[in-house]
Design a protein around this ligand. Structure first.
Ligand code: ZN
Ligand code: ZN
Length: 226
């Protein structure tokens, strides 16, 4: 099944995202735009995924649990998981690997944890936008050990793998990459074009499709490079 997708969306848990990026608003907007599969990928945290997953069900969207990791080299690495539980385990690991810095909401922005009714239930204290104390290769291995698929984000742009490392290390056996509109598309990889939306209006239009009908299918699709 071909699905219109956007697999890179930040919720109000990311300090750099708008505060109206609530689970209900994200899923409602994705539905209005005609998308069929979404992933919410906050920086180094899974704390809004459960609420987003529940909201996605309400809007009949296929939901893929994700996190945008920031590795020691400051490479942004999207990670997608088969289950909420696996993503939440990755989220717990992230908390242990983040530098011990508290968020300053007035400076970086609020980090709001919500329930599926779009009510605030907590604020994340740890500053989520720091670099984790694991390198790119270790991060790829950790994601895979939890059943996930690592996908380097916006590879040619700021904090992209090619920008920061100069290349995609062959030993990490990357199968899928995210590129921004108009950027060079490397051969031999599954290519995702997602929005990296930090505000509602930036969520993708229904332009690109991928194959699958479950989260596991999409992960398989991302693992099968061509
Ligand atoms: Zn990024
Ligand atoms: Zn992002």
């Amino acid at each position: 099944m071909s699905l219109y997708y956007d697999l890179h969306i930040h919720s109000c848990l990311s300090p750099c995202a708008a505060e109206d990026m609530t689970p209900g608003n994200i899923c409602g907007m994705a539905h209005i735009k005609g998308l069929q599969a979404i992933a919410v990928t906050d920086h180094n945290s899974a704390r809004n995924l459960r609420a987003c997953c529940e909201s996605a069900r309400h809007f009949d969207l296929l939901f893929l649990p994700g996190i945008e990791l920031c590795t020691r080299e400051e490479v942004h690495l999207l990670s997608y998981f088969p289950t909420l539980e696996a993503a939440e385990e990755m989220g717990r690991r992230c908390l242990e690997l983040l530098p011990p810095m508290k968020n300053r909401p007035d400076f970086f922005g609020a980090q709001i944890v919500m329930n599926a009714q779009d009510e605030e239930i907590a604020r994340e204290d740890a500053l989520l936008i720091g670099a984790l104390s694991i390198g790119f290769s270790e991060a790829c291995a950790l994601v895979r050990s939890l059943g996930g698929v690592p996908v380097p984000a916006h590879i040619h742009r700021m904090n992209g793998a090619i920008q920061m490392l100069g290349f995609l290390p062959p030993e990490d056996a990357i199968t899928a990459v995210e590129v921004k509109e108009g950027d060079f598309v490397p051969e031999g990889y599954r290519v995702l074009r997602s929005s990296d939306a930090h505000q509602l209006s930036d969520i993708s239009e229904p332009l690109y499709t991928l194959q699958g009908s479950t989260a596991a299918d999409i992960l398989d699709y991302l693992k099968r490079n061509h």
